[in-house]
Write a protein that binds this ligand. Sequence first.
Ligand code: M6R
Length: 615
Amino acid sequence: MCGIVGYVGDEDCANLLVEGLRKLEYRGYDSAGLAVLGEKGLAVVRAKGKLSNLEKRLGEQPPRGATGIGHTRWATHGKPSDENAHPHSYGGVAVVHNGIIENHLQLKESLAKSGHKFSSETDTEIFAHLIHDEVERGLGLPEAVRAALKNVRGTYALAVVSENHPGMLVVSKNASPLVVGIGDKCNFIASDVPAILAHTRDVIYLEEGDFAVITKNSVQLSDLAGQKLERSVRRIDWTPTMAEKNGHKHFMHKEIHEQARALTDTIRGRASIEEGDVFLDGCHLDKKLVERLSKIQIVACGTSWHASLTGKLMIETLARLPVEVDLASEFRYRDPLIDKNTLCIAVSQSGETADTLGSFREARTRGARGLAICNVVGSAIAREADDVLYTHAGPEIGVASTKAFTTQLAAFFLLAVRLGRLRGTISQEQGRAHLQALTEVPLLVERVLKYEEQIKQAAYKFSQSRDLLFLGRGPQYPVALEGALKLKEISYIHAEGYAAGEMKHGPIALIDENMPVMVLAPRDSATEPGVNYEKILGNIHEVRARGGRVIAIHSEGDEQVPRLAEAAIPVPQTNPLLMPMVSVVPTQLFSYHVADHRGTDVDQPRNLAKSVTVE
Ligand code: M6R
């Protein structure tokens, strides 16, 4: 959690830091601040709340200086306040930090005994004190930071500047992300690439334990012991405008509309209809390896967990291999049954989610092979995996995940076809049919977007509801869970997703005219209504019989479901395993328009952060 940005060069950097922080606000927005080193020494400006508060405080004449660090905070230790905002400074040393220092209380106590006074409740502030003491003892800044780090236990991406060392940034990373951007007579650091993309596309992803001393002309990498390191510079092909809103009111809206493009990018170059097979760059799955597998274990959180539930259906149906799906936060501490015949798949948009990373490591320690389905290239989970399947969705800025979900589903489908072909559970002919259907999905998603006005009207109609139930069966059950998560996180309406068949075991007691029910009721396929469709028709009748109001998502051309619903949203038909990529889109737009109508902060809902790097 938290976003860090930094610059060292020849230009006054306060505005550049603010612009960088704007791209990182998705990582937390409890406070923001910056520290700039100039002719007048160190200037620190901080403000509780969003970046706009910091901008107001900086006013027309922000502090001048060509070395600086900035921070946007998601609170862990200490409430959101001016005092707890980063940078934390002490005696001319300023520090920004993303992570948690586990032994900060002991360190604080011993520093207090030697006369240190603290001005915040954070764990971070101890760094400024420790480093200052080392500088006072005569160490240079790099050595002082190294010495301080020896005392701390925990996770960090850390950036430090000191009045005594103008023109220098010292950074280190352990479990929280940090990239170094290479400029022309200037260099940058950031928690994530969009923060510096306007200035450079050449970046170095720091690894665990990396330490860097950065000046305008050099980046010296070493480990914590001072051993020199080499890391390759990677060129990023995301353009700065990809990280902008492109005329949409919110990032979430833009990202919903980007899904057809994003899906095409996920599939491109991987699905060969001619061969009825899939080529997964970055995955080294061959027949021998796959035949050895006894099961697949998936770990994920939130939306990625919902995608994984559908992924399980895809893999079990097409590759006939048992799949377990765990919430990453539960998996890690339940002594799971994993061995070298297990393939563990970690699914994560950010690739930085602490629970997912932790459980992935746990599975790998127990001998599992590790495959990552990630969006962010070079993220922690991707770096630790044996195999990586990038979703290529592009930057997802809205805290509510949308295109990450649909592209994860496409990645799972590709993987399922590949595994099916390797295990001989699907023929070349079947592979061709599946991949042909997959390549048509982006067009179907485009078609759903055409129903936006209709979806918006339904959203406005139900926008003042207190509660809402989402029901689905089979492949539509994870979509119901995802629909409910989306609605609650951005509109703050209480919502639950249920397997429609479970309704009679409890939730049906809630149904009355004040509990609208969104029912995911597409036909199972173009050729037959199917058992899920038949059964969910029955569930709709059960809801109506108890005075419930139905919003239905149904197949284009279906006449039965719309007749039973107060609002009906059509979706084009595809095969059942691909249908979630299509049917989830109206649930995303519904939630978006409900939230927008209610005037909530759609892209940065309260209490949430995009990337959850704490357990
Ligand atoms: O980056 P990840 O996919 O690992 O993130 C997992 C969850 O934190 C994330 O999906 C979260 O639930 C979103 N806010 C959902 O919209």
